[in-house]
Structure formats: C-alpha cells, structure tokens
Design a binder for this molecule. Structure first.
Ligand code: NAD
Length: 301
C-alpha cells in the first residue's frame, strides 16, 4: 500500500476544487482531473502542463490508488463513486485497497453508508471537508477536518497537508462531514445575526464600516464581521465564491444531522426556511452574501 501518493485523480474543478488541484500540481503531484464541465477541465490542463484530463472515471490510469473529490454534495459524490445512468463509478475502476478522499461538504450519514458499501469492495473512504473559502484554497491554507480509520487518515495526510494550513483528525468516518455541517450552521446563524444588526445600525445612523471595526475588537466578532462584511457586503461586490445554494445545502445537512441525534436546534427551522427558501427562489447560482440584500428587502440584480 502506497504511504503517500504522488499521483492522484481529482474530481470536481469548481470554485474550490480548481485552486486545490492547482496547489497539488504546483507541489509536484501528478493530477488526473475530471469535471462534468468540459470548459473547466480544458482550462485546467491548458494552465497546468503536467495535468491529464479525464473524460470519465474509466480513463483513470491503472496505477492511480488515490482519488480526491471536491463535488457539491452527497448526491454528486454517490454518482461519481457508485456510477449512474449506466456510467461506471470509481468503485468499478479503482484497484482493491484504493483510497477515496471526499473533501466535499457531504452529508455525514450518507458518508457512513457509502464507506460501508465501499468496504465490501475493499476500497477505503476518508472524509476531509474544508473551511476557508477560495482564497485559502488557492494558498493551500484551508482548515481540513478529517474523519476515517487512523491508517487511512495517515495515508491521506501528506496530500491534505499540501492543501491545508491545519489538518485535524476529528474522529471516525463521517465525523469530518458532521463537524463541517455544524460549522456552517454556526456560520449561517452568524451571518443572519450580523446582517440584521448592521441593518438596525444603519437605520439608527451608525457608520457600518466603523461599526465593523469595533465589532471585530468586541465580543460580537464572528466569521461574517471578520471576513465578509467589509470584503463582500459593504464593498458591494457580493462575490465571496461560496454560493447561497451550497450554504442552504449545508444548513439542511446540519438540520438532518440534528434530527438523527435527537438534539433540537432552536434556530434550526428558521434557518432552514430562510436559507432553503432563498436558494429555491434563484434558478442560477448566486453568492451566499446576497442574503444580506434579501434580509434588507433590497432588489437583487
Ligand atoms: P462548485 O459548484 O463551484 O464546484 C463543484 C464542481 O463539481 C463543479 O465544477 C461541477 O461541474 C462539478 N461536478 C458536479 N457534479 C459532478 C459530477 N457528477 N462529475 C464531475 N463533476 C461534477 O462548488 P465549490 O464552491 O467548489 O464547492 C465544492 C464543495 O466544497 C461543496 O460541497 C461546498 O459546500 C464545499 N465548500 C465550498 C467553499 C467555498 O467557499 N466555495 C468553502 C468550503 C467548502
């Protein structure tokens, strides 16, 4: 069994996957890339001379034993791993003892089910979702939270260290995905509380930029006040790189997780309706920071 892979498959070249695969390529890892968007795959191999483009998982080189996934959700992960619509999945093409590292923010309950199914085929699964956004993805300084059997986590660690500023083994398979969903639930609640506080402050006549500086020196500081208010809201750019649809998905996962444990979330229903309702009302992907305008009742263009 290879202790540290120097050749990997990387599937999902979106806002996060593209810069993460790029970081691996810069570190000398041979990457074979696949995305259902042909443009993204083509751009990647044009920009990265040593990378190889795949048209399907069946094109993976035979000696590849490690595949990283950075896909939207568990539905996409299951499709790529188990196959769909007559297309082969990773389970059909990877050799026994191969390792799949799911860095997407997937549903932890489904992750555990998938790991069980893979075990029957002697394929290992480690969940390693990330926090930090596009900027930290590009600088290889993401916070990575890892779930899995110690031996398999050890096997993934050198690759994860290239993409992460911190890599923490948080428990058995699924625990990384559980922690990530709960992290984003906290971020979703924080976003709404910060947005509402700013709107009240604006009506009272406070300067929102000055207020944000003070909040960031005070107990109200959170990820929204620190990384989002000035950067993406007050600047008017609303382009954090993390979509409203993905945030709504993560809130939904946290609510499912809470239900599965029997622990109620007092703000859960409200958060589910607010983020889920907003996501459903847009056909196109839209940045999650636009929630500020929605709460303010402002027009979205
Ligand atoms: P994204 O939508 O930009 O990228 C997902 C990519 O997966 C797309 O390029 C899409 O074409 C591809 N894809 C979807 N289904 C596929 C399939 N069946 N086969 C091949 N490719 C497929 O999403 P993102 O922002 O890069 O996020 C990826 C994951 O990371 C999500 O789970 C998200 O919740 C999580 N995440 C995102 C951020 C962020 O700031 N954007 C931060 C932390 C975690």
């Amino acid at each position: 069994m290879a202790a540290s892979a120097t050749r990997v498959g990387f599937i999902g070249l979106g806002a996060m996957g593209y810069p993460m695969a790029s970081v691996l390529h810069s570190a000398g890892i041979s990457v074979e890339v696949l995305d259902r968007s042909e443009d993204l795959s083509n751009n990647f191999v044009e920009e990265h001379a040593q990378a190889r483009r795949l048209r399907s998982v069946s094109d993976l080189s035979e000696d590849i034993e490690t595949v990283i996934l950075m896909l939207p959700d568990s539905k996409a992960v299951d499709a790529v791993v188990l196959g769909t619509d007559g297309m082969k999945g990773l389970v059909d093409v990877l050799p026994p003892s191969a390792l799949i590292i799911d860095m997407s923010s997937s549903n932890p309950v489904r992750t555990r089910e998938l790991a069980e199914r893979l075990k029957a085929r002697q394929i290992h699964l480690v969940d390693a979702p990330v926090s930090g956004g596009v900027k930290k993805a590009a600088s290889g300084s993401l916070a990575v939270m890892v779930g899995g059997e110690p031996e398999q986590v050890q096997r993934a660690t050198s690759l994860l260290n290239l993409m992460g500023g911190s890599v923490t083994h948080v428990g058995s398979v699924g625990c990384g995905h559980a922690l990530k969903a709960l992290n984003n639930y906290i971020a979703a609640v924080s976003f709404v509380s910060a947005a509402e506080a700013l709107l009240v402050a604006e009506r009272f006549g406070l300067d929102l930029s000055l207020m944000t500086d003070v909040l960031n020196q005070s107990s109200g500081k959170n990820s929204t006040t620190d990384y989002k208010v000035k950067q993406f809201i007050l600047s008017g750019t609303f382009n954090s790189g993390f979509s409203l649809q993905l945030m709504a998905k993560d809130v939904g996962i946290a609510l499912d997780l809470a239900r599965s444990t029997g622990q109620p979330l007092q703000l859960g229903d409200q958060m589910g309706k607010l983020w889920g309702g907003a996501a459903a009302s847009f056909k196109q992907s839209i940045d999650h920071t636009v929630m500020y305008k929605l709460i303010a009742g402002r027009e979205i263009r």
